[in-house]
Write a protein that binds this ligand. Structure first.
Ligand code: PBG
Length: 324
């Protein structure tokens, strides 16, 4: 005798399927990471990220304008810095005449309605290619905080909306919050890279910024991929220290961590669908092994279903285009 309950009834037509759909990804959920280079009229594809470019300010303004029309309103801007401008203390990160800070001012001037996020970490500007200050082969925590503080204030001064400390130094959220408040930037938000793992999925990003570590790895500051409960310690500290958003990074191999933070925090949880996750889908789609559009949508859906409120993703624009 067949059971009278037949789940297939709720799948029998497009209208019913849509009615019972539990999770939806919208352009409001997405933040689009962008790579900025110095100069004008530059558009250089990142070899390991087909469809993603390093853009000079003029072309980035156009890109943002196009995205706004598609409903993407939030952007995370990363600078690709030439080697000659890198040093031990990331001094270009707080030089207000440096192209990154000038571009941020220009972006906010032209698009005050756009939500602009910046990255707070030393690696793009560091001759050591590390997120923190290096001495005798070690990453020094508290010395790094001072540099991050200068960087954060310089970014806040450009009028950006959200700071994204991605460095994983201890105490940085509280340090930055305090400094921002003291300097009249109480309105600038902090999206903390809360559970950022020492991951193999970041390589294409390091190609894009030319920011790979010159020695060693990032295991003394980024988390061990084997650890779960440690993410709760990071979340607790970020919350106490005043973060406005928590983040899990990468996303796909860490869906359980996204759910863990969502269930244990009242703060919005962001997931970073990182460069390597993008590249894997693109590479397989270019070979004709996967349907790229379909897998993109399924990927974003899985991250949202896991509990992410917000997704940082290189697919943002493409996803928005498929909705039109
Ligand atoms: C560096 C930073 C990284 C990413 C964002 N900020 C790389 C790293 O920690 O080495 C990675 C993003 C991606 O892979 O898409 N502070």
């Amino acid at each position: 005798m067949l059971n009278t309950r037949r789940p297939r009834r709720n799948r029998k037509s497009e209208a019913i399927r849509a009615m019972v759909e539990e999770t939806r990804v919208t352009t409001d959920d997405l933040i689009f990471p962008l790579f900025l280079v110095d100069g004008t009229n530059k558009k250089i594809e990142v070899a390991s990220m087909p469809g993603i470019y390093r853009l000079s300010t003029d072309l980035m303004l156009k890109e943002i304008e196009e995205c706004l029309k598609l409903g993407i309103r939030s952007f995370d801007v990363f600078p690709a810095v030439e080697d000659q401008y890198k040093d031990k203390v990331a001094s270009k990160s707080y030089d207000s005449n440096f192209f990154y800070l000038k571009a941020l001012r220009e972006i906010k001037k032209q698009f005050p309605e756009a939500c602009i996020m910046t990255d707070v970490a030393m690696d793009p500007y560091s001759s050591d290619g590390h997120d923190g200050y290096v001495k005798d082969g070690k990453i020094l925590n508290d010395e790094t905080l001072e540099i991050l503080g200068k960087m954060a204030l310089a970014q806040a001064e450009t009028g950006i909306d959200i700071l994204g400390p991605s460095d994983m130094m201890d105490g940085r959220v509280g340090y930055l919050r305090n400094l921002l408040d003291k300097n009249g930037f109480a309105e600038v938000s902090i999206m903390s890279y809360t559970a950022k793992y020492a991951s193999g999925f970041y390589n294409p990003f390091r190609d894009a910024l030319d920011s790979a570590p010159k020695f060693g790895d990032k295991k003394t500051y980024q988390m061990n991929p084997a650890n779960r409960t440690e993410a709760l310690i990071e979340a607790e500290l970020d919350t106490e220290e005043g973060a406005d958003f928590l983040m899990v990074k990468p996303a796909l191999a860490y869906l359980d961590i996204i759910r863990l933070l969502k269930d244990n925090s009242a703060l919005p949880v962001t997931a970073y669908n990182v460069s390597g996750e993008y590249s894997m889908v693109k590479a397989a789609a270019l070979k004709g092994w996967l349907d790229g559009d379909r897998v993109m949508k399924e990927t974003l859906l899985s991250i949202k279903r896991a509990g992410a409120d917000i997704i940082l993703t290189y697919f943002a624009k493409e996803f928005a285009q498929t909705l039109k």
